[in-house]
Design a protein around this ligand. Structure first.
Ligand code: ADP
Length: 526
């Protein structure tokens, strides 16, 4: 349409000038034609400008240079006019085209900047990570001219591959899903970090992470109806961006550049969704943990009173000669220990257990331990070895809590080590710490379980069920050690069995070698 209009303008100008030809010089004609060429270039682009220049060149020669009505130029100076006119009109058309092109590129850049600014603002403004991703999908769809844009999140521990966000052109037909099952194709893109193009005929073409030349050609010419791009952050594929357009996706070099830049936003958006989901999950776990602790604390507290009543009543009844009451008493006692453990555990978890760390002699500690555990060991030998020579080894610890830790370790050794095998307790002083090891010749702990046995309620698969216990003892023991600034660890024993090592801070020694005041070293009678 525009070329026709400007051809008509050229003809009209020629006819008008022909009417007054006798009054016109060559300069007048050249100027009028030049105006027409510039007007045509501005309205219809470079090709029209050059076409008008060529046509006006011929018209100039034919109608306005003598002899008129021929292409012959009689006066050699007229050649100069003609060639100068042709060159001027071509250069003018070309310059105008260039200026227009620059204006167009500047306009596109401004739009790009606007889009990126909008993208930044959208992603910062929106509170929820999913909404930010939807905003990013909308900007990508608009800036690529696609009808549909979908962002997939890869499968993780919590969920399978899923659609994280989408943006659709309301005027376009509903999205046609990929010809292959979407999950399969998107999984493939995630797994291989490779772009996939879907052609109009339903076939697919696989590229690299960023489509290479052949794929770009398909996209530049609009032969691909869908494009799935891996979204990557530091070389890791975190999601898939899928663009779709029934009439073919058209991406020229400029749009590619833009897509490249904004798809990184999409990748960051996907990461944000993942991180916020993880944070929510962690918060839910923490909440569940708080509830569990509160439940343990209140249940164990409420169980104590009825248990005491049951034990007292069973005791009364046993005086009437009913032997079954003995079992009731034993079981109630077992439950009572469990409840006491639960209460301690909840106090330890809440940091509410009183700890009195003060100088104590290790000899005293082991003496009390032997007294406490011997009755339950029967014929099983208990070998205790203390650091030889004076002075007495003094540690800084809570006597009652530490005795409880060691009792637990010895009772465990008796529970899990076979028959008459001896239990050894070895105390020493090492690098500013007092160390007490409890060693047995039991089955030991498989390496994979060595840390887990210290978790509350954890009993390794295959732990003997008939020895009682709820898997709380070691967990309480370790926490009791830690609240005193110590550690409790397990290691396998050479030749078979277990060694549990308790480390507690040693008390600072007086330079005279005397124990600090307040301690009264006694010696073992075991
Ligand atoms: P419980 O004895 O009530 O099961 P603990 O927390 O004391 O709970 O111990 C956790 C688990 O560690 C036990 O179930 C047992 O399998 C293992 N264990 C503890 N001490 C020993 C030991 N001396 N030898 C072998 N296994 C042990």
């Amino acid at each position: 349409m525009v070329p026709l209009v400007w051809s008509a303008v050229l003809l009209a100008a020629t006819v008008a000038m022909l009417a007054v030809r006798s009054h016109l010089g060559e300069g007048h004609v050249a100027l009028v034609f030049l105006l027409v060429v510039l007007g045509g270039s501005a309205a219809g682009g470079r090709a029209l400008g050059l076409g008008l220049a060529a046509a006006s060149f011929l018209l100039f020669d034919w109608f306005f240079l003598s002899p008129h009505g021929t292409l012959v130029v009689a006066n050699p100076l007229d050649w100069l006019v003609l060639v100068a006119y042709l060159l001027t009109s071509i250069v003018a058309a070309q310059l105008l085209y260039r200026a227009q092109e620059q204006a167009r590129v500047a306009q596109e850049r401004a739009e790009e900047i606007n889009r990126l600014a909008a993208l930044g603002a959208e992603t910062l403004n929106v509170g929820r990570a999913e909404d930010a991703l939807t905003a990013i999908a909308a900007v990508i769809r608009e800036s690529t001219g696609a009808a549909h844009c979908q962002i997939y999140l890869p499968r993780d521990a919590a969920a399978p591959l899923r659609l994280g966000a989408r943006a659709d052109d309301p005027a376009a037909a509903p999205p046609m899903l990929p010809r292959r099952a979407p999950d399969e194709l998107m999984e493939w893109v995630v797994g291989h970090g490779t772009a996939v193009l879907e052609r109009r005929d339903g076939t697919t073409r696989l590229g690299s992470a960023r489509p290479g030349e052949p794929e770009r050609l398909l996209l530049a010419t609009g032969q691909a109806v869908a494009l799935a791009l891996p979204l990557q952050v530091q070389g890791r594929t975190v999601g898939v961006l899928r663009l779709e357009r029934d009439e073919g996706i058209r991406l020229d070099a400029e749009r590619w550049r833009l897509l490249d830049a904004i798809s990184y936003y999409a990748a960051l958006g996907v990461e944000r969704v993942r991180l916020s989901a993880e944070a929510e999950h962690a918060e839910a776990l923490r909440e569940a943990d708080r509830l569990k602790d509160a439940l343990i604390a209140s249940v164990s507290h409420d169980l104590r009173t009825p248990l005491t009543t049951i034990r007292a009543l069973a005791h009364d009844l046993s005086e009437h000669g009913d032997v079954r009451t003995e079992i009731i008493e034993q079981e109630a006692e077992r439950l009572n220990r469990l409840v006491a453990d639960l209460l301690d555990l909840s106090r330890l978890t809440a940091g509410a257990l009183a700890v009195r760390a003060e100088p104590n002699a290790v000899d005293d500690l082991l003496g009390a331990l032997v007294q406490q555990v011997e009755p339950s060991l029967g014929a099983r030998p208990l070998r205790v070895s203390l650091p030889t020579g004076s002075p007495v080894t003094i540690g800084r610890f809570d006597f009652v809590h530490t005795l409880r830790i060691l009792t637990n370790l010895v009772v465990n050794a008796a529970k899990y080590a076979p028959g008459e095998s001896p239990i050894e307790i070895i105390a020493s002083e090492e690098d500013g710490a007092i160390v007490v090891r409890v060693a047995d010749r039991g089955p030991g702990i498989p390496p994979a379980e060595a840390e887990r046995i210290f978790e509350p309620f954890y009993r390794p698969p295959g732990a003997p069920p008939d020895v009682g216990g709820a898997g709380l003892g070691l967990s309480i023991a370790r926490q009791l050690a830690e609240v005193q600034g110590g550690t409790l660890t397990y290691s396998p024993r050479a030749g078979g069995g277990s060694v549990f090592t308790l480390r507690l801070p040693a008390a600072p020694r007086d330079p005279s070698g005397e124990p600090p005041p307040g301690t009264s070293p006694r010696h073992l009678h075991a």
